[in-house]
Design a protein around this ligand. Sequence first.
Ligand code: NAP
Length: 209
Amino acid sequence: MKRILRIGIMGGTFDPIHRGHVGVAKQVKERFQLDQVLFIPTGDPHFKQGMTSASPQDRLVMTQLAIRDIDGFIASDMEVCREGVTYSVDTLEELSRLHPNDSFFFILASDAATQLHRWYRVERLAQLCDFIVVSRPGYPFDEALIHNLGLVPGLRYVLLDGLSYDVSSTGLREALAAGESVEDWLDPAVAEYIRSHGLYVGHESDGRS
Ligand code: NAP
């Protein structure tokens, strides 16, 4: 009989993907004994329509480059290829159809998790996966977060502290635009892709994380 797979879902805009994303996913994979982690760059994110800097295709390629040699890490184009606004519930419905016997674990940062109760069809989403909420510097597990998570009926979640890295894609975009070196935070192949495609040059802060 086929073994049930434990599959992590690492969704994000990945604009650009950095060592913080990959480092968190590696630690979660080990702690939760996940068989795979699917990195799914968003297409047109629900709360950020038209706000990303690099194109979905560029964000997908950078994601592929960043995880290319890591065992069990897979980049998925399913949201980039989907027409219209990206909703996680559509992604999990599709994954559940493709892998009806497997278990899904959605890895989410604490800042994004405070808004989870506002996500499209979140009750259905909560039936399709467990959530692993990872704290992010500046976004502790506070009362507001616990309260908001409690607003989602049937939500199964765990809070994981102390895994995150003090880095953000916003900070990297700003540093790149200012011509500063951010090599420490990027896979060399991602850094080269950004350079050769002229990404994030002259980008102005948009105030988002
Ligand atoms: P985001 O801006 O890329 O991420 C939000 C925060 O989490 C940022 O601090 C980000 O750091 C960090 N991060 C990104 N991916 C992470 C991950 N997988 N684990 C831990 N930290 C992570 O993305 P977002 O727009 O909030 O979306 C995150 C996921 O939630 C995506 O899969 C998105 O489709 C989903 N989402 C769904 C809905 C909906 O269905 N209605 C609404 C909102 C979000 P960096 O800035 O350094 O990347």
